[in-house]
Design a protein around this ligand. Structure first.
Ligand code: FAD
Length: 405
């Protein structure tokens, strides 16, 4: 029998979380395999995931540490202000980056550009091997190593298996980890618009009882829009032609960007919440959407995944420096302990925020209208919100400070 290929770490999933995890691990000297169902090829501009991602200030530091920020910054638009309001109400919240410093609150990145820069950087690393068009069938933790069986009959082994295989994680299912799943019966329509008025680096978020609509500033006089509504309403909106759809979106956004025109295609994403009971098992850890899939109401899903990656790679690096087993239960237990509170808090906050703003009860409407105005006058609370959204609260692992672990 031929000898199994062996790695320090195998990462299942070559989405944003899996690619970032692999790059960090290889940069600290580990041998890594990335396995994905798809091609793992760089995409052309108009194919694949047309979304943009609002990456927080600490997320930017991760990409600085990985030496990919210099490429990414060419297409990144800084977020200087965030204006939150509710349709038909006067109350609003205005977050200005200058109240907490000089750095932008975050940047809007194009998902394809982000993925392509990670893949290109990974290709220049000698210690990462890419295995496209393969998927995880099963895995078997043993003393000192975990064996991974793939759908094509091949088997590899590693000290640690990391599942970054998204919301319907096969790794999570095989590890028999339960997860809480909620179907919001909402979907997001994601699209790009050109607009009459300049965005001046402002992200607008307007809450409606159907769901939130947010415009995120992009390079040039363009914005990326995420419009979430009940799934049935989304189906009707998708029937509109571009002109009527743009007019409806502009109305929903209180005309803050003036007349809009649709650029490219509109894409629909069904919204569900998933939250795993635990993020570790024997020689197994999860990061990103495999561990927690959020409502996009606060644009924090990938940012939370980056914080998983920062904590996991910190624990792995510490274990390695001390000559310990990187896949041991002690290493993984420290990772789980570091992530539990942050993950649960954000899952609960985004779920609660969506429920608060989609509740049409008169009293709830009164509370949230007065609440937005009241919070807007409380600078210390607003500054704390901003620091949280920027990912800069608490003791941060090295990666979130711009350094390799
Ligand atoms: C409308 C919308 C807007 C959003 N906006 C933001 C935002 O502004 N900011 C933000 O931070 N987040 C945002 N998010 C969240 C963010 O997009 C996700 O958190 C992130 O893309 C998750 O990446 P991932 O790599 O964990 O999972 P995925 O992108 O799901 O990647 C999983 C990968 O695993 C592979 N895979 C799956 N199963 C297997 C298997 N068995 N074997 C091998 N490979 C497998 C898949 O092919 C895929 O490549 C948004 C989400 C939505 C829906």
């Amino acid at each position: 029998m031929s000898k199994k290929l062996s790695f320090d770490c195998i990462v299942i999933g070559g989405g944003l979380s899996g690619l970032t995890t692999s790059l960090v691990l290889s940069k600290i000297g580990l041998s890594v395999a990335i396995i994905d169902k798809t091609s793992l090829k760089m995409a052309k501009k108009n194919e694949g995931d047309q979304r943009t991602t609002a990456v927080s200030a600490s997320g930017k530091k991760v990409f600085e540490a990985l030496d990919v920020w210099d490429i990414l910054k060419k297409g990144a638009e800084p977020i200087l202000n965030i204006v939150v309001s509710e349709k038909g109400k006067n109350g609003h919240l205005n977050f200005d980056h200058q109240t907490v410093g000089t750095e932008p609150m975050g940047h809007i990145l194009n998902n394809i550009e982000l993925k392509n820069s990670l893949i290109s950087s990974i290709r220049s690393q000698k210690n990462i091997q890419l295995f496209p068009f393969k998927s995880l069938n099963n895995f078997f933790p043993e003393t000192g190593a975990v064996t991974i069986d793939l759908n094509d009959g091949s088997s590899y082994e590693a000290a640690l298996l990391v599942a970054a295989d998204g919301r319907n994680s096969d790794g999570r299912r095989i590890a028999k980890i339960k997860s809480t799943n909620i179907d919001y019966n909402q979907s997001s329509i994601v699209f790009t618009v050109g607009h009459e008025k300049p965005h001046r680096g402002t992200a607008y978020e307007q809450f409606t009882t159907g769901g939130p609509i947010a415009s995120l500033p992009m390079r040039g006089n363009k914005s990326s829009v995420v419009w979430s509504e009940d799934t049935e309403v989304v189906a009707s909106l998708m029937q509109l032609d571009d002109k009527d759809f743009a007019a409806a979106a502009s109305y929903r956004l209180n005309d803050c960007l003036g007349k809009m025109n649709i650029i490219g295609q509109r894409k629909v994403f069904p919204l569900k919440l998933n939250y795993a009971d635990t993020i570790i098992a024997n020689r197994f850890a999860m990061v990103g959407d495999a561990a927690h899939g959020l409502h996009p109401i606060a644009g924090q899903g990938f940012n939370l995944g980056l914080r998983d990656i920062a904590n996991l790679t910190e624990e792995i690096s510490n274990a390695r420096r001390l000559g310990l087993d990187i896949g041991s239960f002690e290493t993984l237990r420290s990772y789980q302990a570091a992530r539990r509170f942050d993950n649960f808090s954000l899952v609960a906050a985004t779920d609660g925020l969506n429920r608060l703003f989609t509740d049409n009860n008169k009293i709830v409407r009164f509370i949230r209208g007065s609440g937005l105005d009241a919070i807007n006058t409380m600078n210390p609370i607003k500054n704390l919100f901003m620091r949280l959204a920027m990912g800069e609260v608490g003791s941060l692992p090295h990666l979130l400070k711009g350094q390799l672990p």
